[in-house]
Ligand binder design. Structure first.
Ligand code: SAH
Length: 343
């Protein structure tokens, strides 16, 4: 049997693994041991599971595969220790993962799809369209391989790499559950999920009450401007998005974070700031301002009024910070490294 017919063991929840192990005629505690090897010690070979008999290892190898990622490229910033990985997937596709260092620990930016079909006008990840969804194992492996390679521990995760996490809903939820299980033990309070605004899925996520921080990519505060740069807004206009955000907050108690990338002449004027104030005033939220990353195919320029914009929001009582630029020397906005590699 080649690997494609075997069960992808890293994508199995604990309950699924346990039922597979029981069906092999093994005792339940074996599942616990194996799960711990995979998700606590993070080994990538059954051979390393020293408390498992040789006979069981052979059976495991026949039934399951442990997937892995290949480092195709690693860029290390000389300024701030940011590391950007281009990871090769088993089918030859590639994705990006970025390790960032903050005062409170290491944060990892994880991709959720190969490509993206959301079509945001400023974003490099969507230019060549969507290829496929990532499996839970392929999201977990971005964490595990990065920890192995860098020797650093990942303390928090942001789903802000390539792809729209809510467009790969089931796999992302399974990834979150494995990450949050006994093996890994990462609190979902340390996880942010960023969405361009898939309202139906925001509502589904709220119902799961997972304590995940929701980041909503806003980038404009009127339907006219937002629809121009984010096609999703034509399907789910701001009134629907805001109502889903309000409900997310009241159901989960988690404050929403709004992302706003400032683009010169497009959404960075005083008028745009006032529109944003009108939209968000009185809401318990945080606004993350990001000078747009210039993507060569897109022609958008970084705003020169970032500080002026921030000050105007602050004066109106809104809570806004400018995101620190990390890894400026290895730049490559989200999705750019994968594009360059393909070319
Ligand atoms: N699809 C999700 C998550 C991936 S993108 C989403 O839309 O939220 C992560 C963040 O980077 C989003 O806020 C996205 O709008 C933003 N982004 C994409 N391209 C950018 C660019 N060129 N400059 C600045 N931010 C960008």
């Amino acid at each position: 049997m080649d690997n494609s017919e075997k069960i992808d063991i890293l994508s199995c929840s604990f309950e699924e693994l346990e039922s597979e192990i029981l069906s092999m005629g093994e005792k339940a505690f074996r599942a616990k041991q194996i799960y711990e090897w995979l998700h606590t010690r993070k080994v990538n070979d059954f051979a390393q599971m020293s408390n498992i008999s040789a006979q069981l290892k052979t059976k495991l190898n026949e039934k399951f595969c442990i997937k892995s990622l290949k480092i195709k490229k690693r860029l290390v910033s000389k300024i701030d220790n940011t590391v950007k990985y281009l990871y090769g997937l088993p089918d030859g596709e590639s994705i990006e993962t970025v390790l960032m260092e903050y005062k409170h620990g290491n944060s990892l930016c994880v991709s959720t799809q190969v490509g993206c079909r959301m079509g945001c006008r400023f974003c490099a990840s969507t230019i060549a369209g969507w290829v496929r969804n990532l499996l839970p194992s392929e999201m977990l492996l971005q964490i595990y391989e990065t920890e192995r390679d860098s020797g650093r521990r990942v303390d928090s995760v942001v789903l802000m790499g390539i792809g729209e996490p809510l467009d790969n809903f089931d796999n992302v939820i399974k990834f979150l559950k494995i990450l949050n299980s006994d093996g890994n033990g990462m609190s979902l309070r340390h996880l942010s999920l960023s969405t361009c605004g898939q309202v139906d899925k925001i509502r589904e996520l709220a119902k799961l009450r997972l304590a995940v921080t929701l980041s909503v990519s806003l980038h404009a505060a009127t339907d006219e401007k937002r629809s121009e740069i984010m096609p999703i807004n034509r399907r789910y206009p701001l009134s629907e998005l805001m109502s889903a955000c309000d409900d997310y907050f009241s159901i989960t108690g988690r404050r929403i974070s709004f992302e706003y990338s400032l683009i010169e002449g497009v959404n960075d004027t005083d008028e745009s700031a006032d529109e944003l104030i009108a939209l968000l005033r009185g809401k318990n939220c945080h606004i993350n301002l990001i000078p747009v990353n210039e993507v060569k195919e897109r022609g958008f320029k970084k705003s020169r009024s970032v500080e002026r914009f921030r000050a105007r929001l602050e004066k109106a009582g809104l809570n806004a910070t400018v995101r620190r630029t990390l890894g400026a020397d290895i730049s490559a906005a989200c999705g750019q490294l994968r594009r360059e590699f393909k070319e």
